[in-house]
Design a binder for this molecule. Structure first.
Ligand SMILES: Nc1ncnc2c1ncn2[C@@H]1O[C@H](COP(=O)(O)OP(=O)(O)OP(=O)(O)O)[C@@H](O)[C@H]1O
Ligand SMILES: [Mg+2]
Length: 418
C-alpha cells in the first residue's frame, strides 16, 4: 500500500476520515462543517433515495416513510451480513449497505482533497467479537469486502486504540507507560504504550465487545421495555395461571442494530397475540404501536439522550422522554439506576483492562497516565472505574470522537510516503 491512502474510522456510532498535511491530521468535512458523521443510512421510500449521516437521522426524526439503520458495524461477522433484502427496488446485503456508507465517505474525501483515494487505512477494534474467534475473523473478512465493494483497491487495518495512541502525544518521558481507554459505541479497546524516539512503542493491545450501544440496551431493557410489556403477565393458553412475556423481542427492540429486523408482519402478529392474551393489554398495545409505526430507533435515541443527560446531571439523574410512544410518557433514570444497569458492563471493561496489563506483563501501579478516547469514555462510571484501578495515574481526555481518526490520518499519509 503506497499511494493515495485515506484514513477511515468506521465507527459503530460515528465515522470520520482524514489524511495528514504537514505532519498534522486533516479531517475531511464529510458533511458541511462536520468532521464526524453518524454511521447511519436511511432508505427514503417516498423520495426513492438513500441519505446518510445527519440527514438519515433527520429523516428518521421527521417520521419519513423508509428504513433507518445504525450500528451496522455490530453485524459484521454474523450470518445477517450476507442475507439480502429489497430496498428501493434493489436486493441488498449488509455488505452492500456498509459499502454505500464507505463510498459516501470516499467520495466526500476525494471532493474535499481534490484527489482519488484508491486505498484505505481503516481502524478496527482489537476484537469485533471478543468471545468467538471464528466470528471475529469473519468480521474482518466482511469489513474488507465492504471496502472493496465501496471502490477501494485495497484496505489495511490498524487497531483503533493504537491509532489513538499514535495521535495522543502525551506528556512524560520515554519511561512513562500510557494506557488508551477507548470506549466507543460497540467496543472497548485498550493499548498500553510508551513514547519512543520517532514514534511509540506498543506494549499490548486488547479489547472487549462492550460499548455505548450495550449501555443503551441495558438501560432500555431495564427501564423502558417494562413500559412496553417486558416482564408482564400473559394468560397461559394451555391451562390455568399466567406466564411472563418472552424477553427476546424486548432484547432486540432495545438493541440498535437489531431493530430493523423486528419490522415484519410475523412479529406484529406475535405482538397482537400477546396483547390478546395479556393481563394488562395496554402495555402490549404500546409495543404494537411502536413496531407498527416503526418507532424502535426513536425509542433508542430517547434512551441514549436520557443516558447522556443522567450522566451529565452530577448525580441528580434525569428522564427518558417517551412522548414519541405516548403523550406525557417518561421514565426516571437516576444515577443509581444508571450505575446498576451498567454494572455488568463495567465488570467486563475492568476484566479487559486487567487482561491488557497481563499481556504486557506489567502491574497497574506502573501505568503513569490513562488517556480516555471515545464517546462512552465520558460516562462517569467508566471514569470512576479507571480512577479506582489506577489511583496514581494522571488522567487525560482526548478529543473523544476524533482521536482514532487523527492517528489513522497520520499513519495513512506516512504509508503514502513510505
Ligand atoms: N456525552 C456523552 N456521555 C456519555 N456517552 C456519550 C456521550 N456522547 C456520546 N456518547 C456515547 O458514545 C458512543 C459513541 O462513541 P464513539 O463515536 O466514540 O463510538 P464509535 O467510534 O462510533 O464506536 P466504536 O469505536 O465502538 O466502533 C455512543 O454510544 C453514545 O451514546
Ligand atoms: Mg471508535
Amino acid at each position: 500500500m503506497t499511494q493515495n491512502t485515506l484514513g477511515i474510522d468506521f465507527g459503530t456510532s460515528n465515522s470520520a476520515a482524514g489524511i495528514a498535511v504537514n505532519g498534522k491530521a486533516y479531517l475531511v468535512d464529510i458533511e458541511p462543517g462536520q468532521k464526524t458523521i453518524p454511521t447511519a443510512i436511511f432508505f427514503d421510500f417516498d423520495a426513492r433515495k438513500t441519505v446518510f449521516g445527519t440527514q438519515a437521522n433527520r429523516a428518521l426524526m421527521a417520521g419519513l416513510e423508509g428504513r433507518y439503520m445504525r450500528a451496522l458495524k455490530s453485524i459484521l461477522g454474523t450470518s445477517l451480513m450476507h442475507e439480502k433484502r429489497r430496498y428501493l427496488g434493489e436486493s441488498l446485503s449488509f455488505v452492500d449497505i456498509i459499502a454505500r456508507i464507505l463510498t459516501r465517505i470516499k467520495t466526500r474525501a476525494e471532493d474535499a482533497c481534490h484527489q482519488r483515494f484508491d486505498y484505505a487505512l481503516s481502524g478496527r477494534p482489537v476484537h469485533f467479537h471478543s468471545d468467538n474467534a471464528a466470528r471475529d475473523a469473519q468480521a474482518l473478512a466482511d469489513l474488507t469486502e465492504c471496502y472493496l465493494r465501496a471502490g477501494f483497491k485495497g484496505v489495511d487495518f490498524m487497531f483503533e486504540p493504537e491509532a489513538a495512541a499514535l495521535a495522543a502525544n502525551p506528556a512524560g518521558d520515554e519511561n512513562t507507560v500510557h494506557l488508551i481507554v477507548d470506549i466507543g459505541g460497540g467496543t472497548s479497546d485498550f493499548t498500553l504504550f510508551r513514547k519512543a524516539s520517532g514514534g511509540i512503542d506498543i506494549l499490548a493491545s486488547h479489547g472487549v465487545r462492550i460499548g455505548g450501544t450495550d449501555f443503551d440496551r441495558s438501560i432500555s431493557f431495564d427501564h423502558v421495555m417494562p413500559e412496553l410489556g417486558r416482564g408482564a403477565e400473559i394468560k397461559n393458553a394451555m391451562g390455568a395461571g399466567t406466564l411472563i412475556a418472552p424477553n427476546r423481542l424486548f432484547y432486540d427492540l432495545a438493541t440498535w442494530q437489531m431493530i430493523p429486523f423486528l419490522y415484519t408482519p410475523e412479529v406484529l402478529q406475535e405482538v397482537a397475540h400477546l396483547r390478546q392474551q395479556a393481563v394488562k393489554p395496554q402495555l402490549f398495545g404500546r409495543l404494537f404501536d411502536v413496531l407498527e409505526s416503526q418507532l424502535g430507533h426513536d425509542v433508542a435515541f430517547a434512551v441514549e439522550a436520557g443516558k447522556i443527560a443522567a450522566n451529565k446531571s452530577g448525580g441528580g439523574g434525569g428522564n427518558i422522554n417517551l412522548s414519541i410512544v405516548e403523550k406525557g410518557l417518561q421514565v426516571a433514570l437516576g444515577q443509581d439506576m444508571l450505575t446498576a444497569s451498567l454494572a455488568d458492563h463495567m465488570g467486563a471493561i475492568k476484566a479487559g483492562v486487567l487482561d491488557t496489563l497481563k499481556a504486557a506483563e506489567i502491574g497497574a501501579t506502573q501505568v503513569g497516565s490513562v488517556i480516555f478516547v471515545g464517546g462512552s469514555s465520558l460516562i462517569e462510571d467508566v471514569q470512576t472505574l479507571m480512577a479506582e484501578m489506577f489511583p496514581q495515574a494522571c488522567v487525560h481526555q482526548t478529543e473523544a470522537f476524533t482521536a482514532v481518526v487523527d492517528g489513522l490520518a497520520l499513519a495513512a499519509t506516512a504509508r503514502n510516503r513510505g
